[in-house]
Write a protein that binds this ligand. Structure first.
Ligand code: IMP
Ligand code: MG
Length: 176
């Protein structure tokens, strides 16, 4: 698997160091309020596991499954929430996704959580691509800004694979 990686963009150590400081930013932002983490599966799985252990406050965690990619490297523009939303009424939400690309996923989920009665929704991503977004959304907490290229690892996949790489990397070629 690793032989298919062209280069490591962000190392495991760099990710973990940044998570320490992101956690402090989040704790400051929530200012003692209990946090309901809503993680977007499957991509945010690794991030949320490492991040929420750095948040020593009253916290619960929920998951949503959103699908915006259908196996390729381009979004279809459609965001589908599978299996419904958790009960978020009156809660202060930290919505966690792996990456902000077109913004469609985060914008759609944030709107749906607010419609479902959340008190507030703060957004958090490990990566944000520097590009024009299709939806008007930015992350409140962002680990790293990267160029507009396709990355894998640390939860991010290409055709379902590479999520288990401990770093963020760029593939040598697609179609593998
Ligand atoms: P958006 O709705 O276009 O912002 O895309 C968000 C979702 O697309 C993320 O949750 C990822 O699952 C996926 N995605 C976007 N860019 C990449 C990438 O470079 N690698 C892997 N998945 C990506
Ligand atoms: Mg995703």
């Amino acid at each position: 698997m690793e032989s298919l990686i062209e280069k490591v963009l962000i190392s495991e150590a760099e990710i973990h160091k940044r998570l320490d400081s992101m956690a402090l930013e989040i704790l400051t932002g929530f200012d003692g309020r209990p946090i309901t983490v809503v993680a977007v599966l499957k991509g945010a799985l690794v991030l949320v596991a490492d991040l929420f252990r750095r948040l020593p406050v009253k916290l619960d965690i929920e998951f949503v499954t959103a699908q915006s990619y259908y196996g390729g490297t381009e979004t279809t523009g459609q965001v589908e929430v599978i299996g419904g939303l958790p009960d978020v009424k009156g809660k202060s939400i930290l919505l966690v996704d792996d990456i902000l690309d077109t913004g469609l996923t985060l914008a759609a989920l944030k709107a749906q959580l607010m419609d479902a009665g959340a008190d507030s929704v703060a957004t958090c991503v490990l990566l944000s691509k520097i590009k024009e977004r299709s939806a008007d959304v930015e992350a409140d907490y962002c680990g790293f800004e990267i160029g507009d290229e396709f990355v894998v690892g640390y939860g991010l996949d290409y055709t379902g694979h590479y999520r288990n790489l401990p770093y963020i990397g760029i593939l040598k070629e697609f179609g593998v």
